[in-house]
Design a protein around this ligand. Structure first.
Ligand code: SAM
Length: 290
C-alpha cells in the first residue's frame, strides 16, 4: 500500500491545478491539508484491518488514502462528478478503495453493502460537508443499524450541541436525538487553517458509538421526539406552556401539568433541564393520558 501523499497544501494545489478543479461551495468542499489532523481522525475512528469503512465525500481522496492504509476496505461516496477523474488518479494504487459517484442522502446503504457482500459492521469516517451535517448523521443513526461507529469532522458548534448535557445553552433537540442512538466523544478541535479553502467556522472531530440498545426505554420513540421538539421550539417558556402550545401534540394544560407532576418534576420547569430519561418518562406519561 503506498504511503499517503495528499494532505499538504502543496500537493492539494498541484492536484487541483492539474485537473483545473473549481471548488463547489454548494457541496461544502473544504479539503484537509494537515497530515496531523488526518492522523487524528483515523486514530479517533479506531479503524483496523478488520473494518469496512464508508467514507462520505472523499473530495480529492486525501482522507481516503489514510483510511485505505488502516482498513480492510473503503467505500467512498462522492456527489461531485467532477472529482471522479481526480479520484481515479489519486486512489489508483489503493486497491481496497471503491469510489461511488452518488448523493449519500439518496443511497440505499443496506443495498450498497449487500451488493458487495459486506455483512459485518461498518464504520463511517468522513470530513463532512457542513451544509448537511445534521441530516446525514440523523439519516445514518435512525436507519442504518449496520453502522456501529461514526467518526466525523463537523462544525465545532454542532459537535458541542451533540454532546451537551441538560441545562447548558448548547443542549437541545439535537443533543437528545444523537444521545438516544449513540455515545458521543469529542476527539479534537481543528482550526480553519487546516482546510483549503478555509471554512469561516471552527471544526471538531466527533466520534459517535452506536448503542446496541438505546440507553432509555420508551414506548413510542417518535412521540418522544415530538415532545422534545415541542419543548425546545419554545425553550424560553416553561415546559407546561411549550407542550400545551404545540399544535402537533394537542395537549391541554391539565394533561401537561399532570404528566409533569407524575414524573416528579417541578411545575415551572423548562425543557432544557430535562435529561433523556426525563423525556422518556414524560412522553410515556403523556401518551397514557392522551
Ligand atoms: N474528504 C475530503 C477531505 O477531507 O479533504 C473532502 C471533504 S469536503 C468537507 C466534503 C466532501 O463531501 C466534498 O468532496 C463534497 O463534494 C462531498 N459531498 C457534499 N455533499 C455530498 C453528498 N450529499 N453526498 C456525497 N458527498 C457529498
Amino acid at each position: 500500500m503506498p504511503t499517503p501523499d495528499l494532505g499538504t497544501p502543496a500537493r492539494t494545489i498541484e492536484v487541483i491545478q492539474k485537473y483545473e478543479f473549481a471548488f463547489q461551495k454548494k457541496f461544502g468542499q473544504n479539503f484537509l491539508i494537515d497530515p496531523h489532523v488526518l492522523g487524528k481522525i483515523v486514530r479517533a475512528s479506531g479503524v483496523t484491518k478488520e473494518d469496512c469503512v464508508l467514507e462520505i465525500g472523499p473530495g480529492i481522496g486525501t482522507l481516503t488514502q489514510y483510511l485505505a492504509c488502516e482498513a480492510d476496505r473503503v467505500i467512498a461516496v462522492e456527489i461531485d462528478r467532477g472529482l471522479m477523474p481526480v479520484l481515479a488518479e489519486t486512489l489508483r494504487e489503493y486497491d481496497n478503495v471503491e469510489v461511488v459517484n452518488a448523493d449519500i442522502m439518496k443511497v440505499d446503504i443496506p443495498a450498497l453493502l449487500a451488493e458487495r457482500n459486506i455483512t459485518g459492521a461498518v464504520k463511517v469516517v468522513a470530513n463532512l460537508p457542513y451544509y448537511i451535517t445534521t441530516p446525514i448523521l440523523m439519516h445514518l443513526l435512525e436507519n442504518e443499524k449496520e453502522i456501529t461507529s461514526i467518526t466525523v469532522m463537523i462544525q465545532k458548534e454542532v459537535a458541542e450541541r451533540m454532546q451537551a448535557a441538560p441545562g447548558g445553552k448548547d443542549y437541545g433537540a439535537l443533543s437528545l436525538a444523537v444521545q438516544y442512538y449513540a455515545k458521543p466523544y469529542l476527539a479534537a478541535n481543528v482550526p480553519p487553517n487546516c482546510f483549503m479553502p478555509r471554512p469561516n467556522v471552527g471544526s471538531a472531530v466527533i466520534r459517535l458509538d452506536r448503542y446496541e440498545e438505546p440507553p432509555v426505554s420508551v414506548s413510542d420513540p417518535a412521540y418522544m421526539f415530538s415532545v422534545i421538539r415541542a419543548a425546545f421550539n419554545q425553550r424560553r417558556k416553561t415546559l407546561v406552556n411549550a407542550l400545551r402550545n404545540d399544535a402537533s401534540l394537542q395537549l391541554d394544560r391539565e394533561q401537561a401539568e399532570a404528566a409533569i407532576a407524575a414524573c416528579g418534576l417541578p411545575a415551572d420547569i423548562r425543557g432544557e433541564r430535562l435529561s433523556l430519561e426525563d423525556f422518556a418518562a414524560l412522553s410515556d406519561e403523556l401518551r397514557s393520558r392522551g
